[in-house]
Design a protein around this ligand. Structure first.
Ligand code: SF4
Length: 357
C-alpha cells in the first residue's frame, strides 16, 4: 500500500501521542507552544543532538526568558552562552532574528513561512518547523531524519542530496501532511527518524507506519539512503602560545568578526608553519619573547571538512605595556576569561592551564 495522508498520518500521530519525548521546548499535550522556545530550539538543534541541546536551552532561556530579552543582549554574552555548542553563526543569526522580530513584528515570532524566511539564519526547514510547531500552520519540513523516513517509505534508492530527489521529498512531505495537527505531525516524523527509523538497524517491527513502507516490504531499508562517500578532511595545524605575565594574567586575543569562531576569544594562535618553533615565531605572533616555552597540551578538533590540531605551549613574559588593540588583545586571568566566549579547543587549553595553577 502506498503512503497517503490518510494511511500515514493517523497511525503516526497515534504513535507520537503515546511515545513523544518530554522536551523542555515542547508543549505538553493540550498546552500552547511558546513560539520563541520553538525558534530557539530549532536553531540549537541544527546539526546537534537533543541530549546536547537540553542544558544549553535551559541556560539560554534562563538568561533570556523572552525574545525582547534576547534582542537586548550583547553578542559576546550570547556567544558565551552558546560556547561549546558549535556552529556559532547560528547564535549570531538568532540574535539578529530576535532584533528583527522586535523591530518588524512587534516582538511576536511570525506565523507564516514567508515572514519567517525574512529572518536572518532562517531557511526553508526552520521556517516550516517554527510555523507548524508553534502555530500549527500547514507547512512541510524536510530534515535529515525526515529524509530517511520518506526515502524508505517510498523506497527511493537514489542519493537524497540530488536536486530531483530533494524536490520529490518536499512534495511528498507536503502531500502526507494532515489538515490538522501539522506541528505534531512534523515532530512525529522527526521523532520517528530519531528513535525508530534510525540510520542503522531501524526498528521496523515496532514502526507505526510499517504497513505503508515500501522499503520494508522489499527488505531494502538497510541500504536506504545510500552511504555517503567518505570525505577527505583537510588537516590544519596551529601553534597556541599561552603567555603569562608577572601578575598571572595571560595574553588573549579576539578572533575577527567573520569566519570560523568569529568574535570569540583565544590564546595567541597562529598557523604552524614548520615542526620547530623559533623565538622569532613567538615574537612575530605575540610581540613577546618568553624565556622558556613548555609544551602544555595537544588538542584535536574535527569539524565537517577540517581536522585541527592545536599544539599549545606555555611561557612567562615580562610585559610592561598594554595589549595591542588590533587585533583586540588583552591580559586576563583564568577567572576573568570565564565571562568571555571561547571555542571548544581553546576551552580545553584553558582548562589545562587551570589544572596546573
Ligand atoms: Fe523505517 Fe522500518 Fe518504519 Fe519503514 S518500516 S519507516 S524502514 S522503521
Amino acid at each position: 500500500m502506498t503512503a497517503t495522508s490518510i494511511t500515514f498520518a493517523p497511525p503516526l500521530l497515534k504513535w507520537f501521542d503515546a511515545h513523544r519525548r518530554d522536551l523542555p521546548w515542547r508543549a505538553r499535550l493540550g498546552q500552547a507552544p511558546n513560539p520563541y522556545h520553538v525558534l530557539l530550539s530549532e536553531a540549537m538543534l541544527q546539526q546537534t543532538q537533543v541530549s546536547t541541546v537540553v542544558p544549553y536551552f535551559h541556560r539560554f532561556t534562563g538568561a533570556f526568558p523572552t525574545v525582547h530579552d534576547l534582542a537586548r543582549a550583547d553578542e559576546q554574552q550570547v556567544l558565551r552562552l552558546w560556547q561549546g555548542l558549535g556552529y556559532y553563526s547560528r547564535a549570531r543569526n538568532l540574535l539578529k532574528a530576535a532584533l528583527a522580530i522586535v523591530d518588524r513584528f512587534d516582538g511576536v515570532v511570525p506565523r507564516t513561512v514567508d515572514d519567517l524566511l525574512t529572518l536572518p539564519g532562517v531557511g526553508r526547514y526552520t521556517a516550516g518547523a517554527v510555523a507548524s510547531i508553534a502555530y500549527d500552520t500547514r507547512a512541510p519540513i524536510v530534515d535529515g531524519n525526515v529524509v530517511r523516513v520518506l526515502c524508505r517509505i517510498d523506497a527511493i534508492e537514489k542519493d537524497p542530496r540530488e536536486k530531483a530527489v530533494q524536490l520529490h521529498l518536499w512534495t511528498r512531505a507536503e502531500a502526507l501532511l494532515p489538515d490538522r495537527r501539522t506541528g505534531d505531525f512534523n515532530q512525529a516524523m522527526m521523532e520517528l527518524g530519531a528513535t525508530v527509523c534510525t540510520p542503522k538497524r531501524p526498528s521496523c517491527l515496532i514502526c507505526p507506519v510499517q504497513s505503508v513502507c515500501q522499503a520494508h516490504a522489499r527488505g531494502i531499508q538497510d541500504r536506504i539512503p545510500p552511504a555517503k562517500p567518505a570525505k577527505a578532511l583537510k588537516a590544519e595545524r596551529r601553534w597556541v602560545f599561552c603567555l603569562q605575565r608577572e601578575d598571572g594574567r595571560y595574553l588573549i586575543e579576539q578572533r575577527p568578526p567573520a569566519g570560523r569562531w568569529a568574535g570569540m576569544w583565544q590564546f595567541i594562535s597562529v598557523e604552524a608553519t614548520t615542526d620547530m618553533i623559533t623565538p622569532a615565531d613567538i615574537r612575530h605572533a605575540s610581540g613577546y619573547t618568553p624565556a622558556e616555552l613548555e609544551p602544555l597540551i595537544t588538542v584535536h578538533h574535527t569539524l565537517t571538512h577540517r581536522q585541527y590540531r592545536f599544539d599549545a605551549y606555555r611561557g612567562r613574559v615580562r610585559a610592561r605595556r598594554a595589549a595591542d588593540a588590533d587585533p583586540p588583545r588583552r591580559w586576563a586571568s583564568l577567572s576573568e576569561m570565564e565571562g568571555l566566549p571561547f571555542s571548544k579547543p581553546q576551552l580545553a587549553i584553558r582548562q589545562r592551564l587551570g589544572e596546573q595553577e
